[in-house]
Design a protein. Structure first.
Length: 91
């Protein structure tokens, strides 16, 4: 009788462990709602630049979020980036 109880307990524990492993694996395989994320500084004509996180899906911008980082450059400052690099783009 004790052997049956021990075997039943072991089978129960194996089932519980299997369910935990399966559920944690399915959570880690959850699809991410975007395929690219990056930061980019966006600057005004007054040389005030603010950093944004760009979130993209299928090369389209789906979210633009300020990171909180910003800087004010002097009036003689010139943005060293090419016009293409300054552009808000997911390409």
């Amino acid at each position: 009788m004790k052997k049956i109880n021990i075997i039943g307990l072991l089978v129960g524990l194996l089932l519980i462990l299997s369910l935990i492993l399966i559920s944690s694996q399915s959570l880690s395989m959850t699809k991410i709602p975007y395929d690219k994320s990056m930061t980019k500084a966006v600057c005004t004509e007054d040389h005030y630049c603010q950093d944004y996180e760009l979130t993209c899906k299928n090369n389209k911008l789906i979210k633009l979020t300020p990171t909180g980082a910003a800087v004010q450059f002097s009036q003689d400052w010139e943005d060293p980036r090419t016009p293409e690099k300054r552009e808000i783009s997911c390409k």
